[in-house]
Structures are given as C-alpha cells and as structure tokens.
Design a protein around this ligand. Structure first.
Ligand code: SF4
Length: 349
C-alpha cells in the first residue's frame, strides 16, 4: 500500500492523484499568516496599475529598495492616466537609481497605449496584456493573476526554484525544455477560474520562495508544504546550464567643466537611451583617472574611468552644459551619477 507521505509527494508530479486542494490550502493558510505586508499588496489592494508598476520595478531590483520607489511613484503618478500624461523626462527622473531604464520607458509606453487604445482600462486576459508595449509573459501573467485572479502562474525565479524542488527536478531549469516542464507543472497546480484563489495561490508560491524555500538555505523544517516536497538536496536545485564567463570592459569618459557647468551627453544607443552621461572619450586614455568605479552589465564587469577632458570647439547634437542645479534633475545612469558625485565632492573638497 502507498504511504500517505509518498501519496502527497507524488500528487504534484501527477496532479490527478487528488491532493492538490490540500497543497494549495496549506500554502494559502501559511501565506495569510506569514506573507509580508508590502505596499503593492495593500496600497491600493491589487489593482492592475499597482501590479504593473511593482512588477516592473521588482524585475531587477530588491524588494527593500522597491518599497520606497513604489510609494514615491504612486504619489507622483497615482494612476495609468497620470503616467500616460507625464513627459518622458519626469518618468525617467522618478526611475533614477533603479537602473535598467528600458523598464521605465516600457511602463510609460504601456500606460500611453492603454489610455489611447482602451480608455485607460486594463484587459484581464494574458494575451491582450502581452500586446501592450514592453509587457512580456511574466508581467502579463502577474497582472492577470494578482489583479484578476486568472489561473496563470507568473513564472519567476522563485516559482522556478520552488517548483524544481517540490518535484526534485534534476535537469537544467534554464533551458527551453526545463523551463517548459516547470511552467507546465506550475500551470497544472492552478485552481480553476470557477474555484477562485489563483492569485492568492501564485502569490503564496512566490512568497514561499522568498521567505522559506530560499536559494542557499531553504528552511524545510518551517515549510508548510514539506509533506508534498520530493527534494533530497534542495539547496542544489534548480540546476543551471554552465554560465558564460564574466568579461572585463573599460569605459573612458571625460570630466569637462566650464564656468561652473558640466558637459554631459545624452545616450542614443539601446542601453540607457535618453539618459545623460559623462561624455565618452573617443580615444582610450591611460594614467590615473580622476574617478574610477566598477559596475556590472549583463555578463560584463565594466571599469568606468573618468579622465580630464578638453572643452570641444563645438558641441555635438546630443551634448549640453548643465549647471549644478540642473544636474540634480537630469536623469542619469546610476554608475555615472556615482562618478559625478565623487567628482563634484572632490571639486568642492
Ligand atoms: S520542503 Fe524545503 S525544498 Fe521543499 S518546498 Fe519546502 S522549503 Fe523548499
């Protein structure tokens, strides 16, 4: 005869075994008791605009950092119409410090498309949400499930990790086949629309990954779904493909000051488009830079070095002088803002 624990464990790999309700309700009970009180869950309670803003911010940024940004953002752009009506410069400025500015541009473009094409009303279906600019499968699923209770899992790193461990999935989770298998499992665990509770279930699954089933030291003894879990060595999961090596890069910029004003140039390429940065030097420099710092970019480690620059005879189209007061308000990539602050502090020191 099959033991009850084995039966529970097999239930997730085979959702037809009939323990899914118990699994979902153990998770939901735990979440209602232990879930964090985060502003995008309660201020306002799960409206699609709040979900969109918070999910865009959370894509590359820690929860603790996002909390203050989210509150400031919602004061500045309280609804989708306010965001759609704002100039791009204001949007980029409010995003400053969060990095990966394409997220801010996508958020802005999505708000404008919603107002222009749908009277500012969010659709609830994943496919319609995905048609909005910059909204990928994850964000579309997050809006659909958290705001509208649709049974679609927003598959992020937490859901991948928890799902891989619950199933003791011992193939790479970050290739197409592994991703599909884990997504399909998370989909099969959803309650149906009539049953309701999919939003709560998905939020609980993600929260379990954030608080209990953490990457390095999962707290299996405190886990509300340990009876269902098949992982033997959870800290080794999910498995990943070998990573590409980190590539070192140098970025040389100029510190050019004239009559108390600083020369910046506006980025036109894909990365940091529209942001103001220290002007790139066309020739690589050597010697001691005035300021130097490192920052990561995808699989690169970039060494940003700022050298004294020469005032150009003519400014390029994307260059302009900034007074100290204007520098404060200029949207800048975080590494360039840090270098600028160092240089200004040294100039005043
Ligand atoms: S029992 Fe451990 S590995 Fe399994 S889901 Fe819970 S915390 Fe994660």
């Amino acid at each position: 005869m099959t033991s009850p624990i084995k039966h529970h464990r097999d239930a997730l790999a085979n959702p037809f075994l009939g323990c899914l309700r118990e699994f979902r309700s153990a998770l939901a009970d735990w979440f209602l008791e232990n879930g964090r009180d985060l502003p995008w869950r309660t201020e306002p309670p799960r409206d699609p605009y709040g979900v969109l803003v918070s999910e865009m911010m959370l894509q590359q940024t820690q929860v603790a950092t996002v909390i203050a940004y989210f509150r400031r953002w919602m004061e500045r752009f309280p609804d989708v119409r306010a965001l759609a009506a704002a100039p791009e410069n204001d949007v980029l400025h409010a995003w400053q410090g969060l990095g990966y500015y394409s997220r801010a541009r996508n958020l802005h473009a999505a708000a404008r498309a919603l107002v222009r094409e749908n009277g500012g009303v969010f659709p609830r279906e994943v496919e319609a949400l995905r048609a909005l600019p910059g909204i990928g499968p994850y964000t579309a699923a997050a809006i659909a499930t958290f705001a509208f209770d649709e049974p679609v899992p927003p598959v992020d790193a937490n859901i991948i990790r928890v799902t891989a461990r619950l199933l003791d999935f011992r193939k790479p989770a970050d290739d197409a086949a592994g991703g599909l298998a884990l997504r399909s499992a998370a989909q099969a665990w959803q309650p149906c629309l009539e049953e309701g509770g999919a939003g709560l279930f998905n939020e609980a699954l993600m929260e379990l990954g954030a608080l209990v089933c953490t990457p390095r030291a999962p707290r299996c003894h405190d886990c509300p779904v340990r009876l269902f879990c098949q992982a033997e060595e959870p800290e080794t999961l999910p498995l990943k493909r070998p990573r590409p090596k980190t590539v070192e890069m140098e970025e040389h910029c100029g510190w050019i000051v004239q009559e108390g004003r600083v020369l910046l140039e506006q980025q036109t390429g894909k990365r940091w488009r529209g942001l103001w940065r220290l002007p790139l030097l066309t020739e690589p420099h050597s010697g001691q830079p005035l300021a130097s710092l490192y920052y990561p970019f995808t699989h690169h480690r970039v060494h940003l070095c700022v050298f004294p620059g020469t005032t150009p005879l003519f400014l390029a189209e994307n260059q302009r002088w900034f007074t100290l007061a204007e520098l404060e308000a200029a949207p800048m990539p975080a590494p360039h803002r840090r270098a600028l602050q160092k240089l200004l502090a040294e100039d005043n020191g």
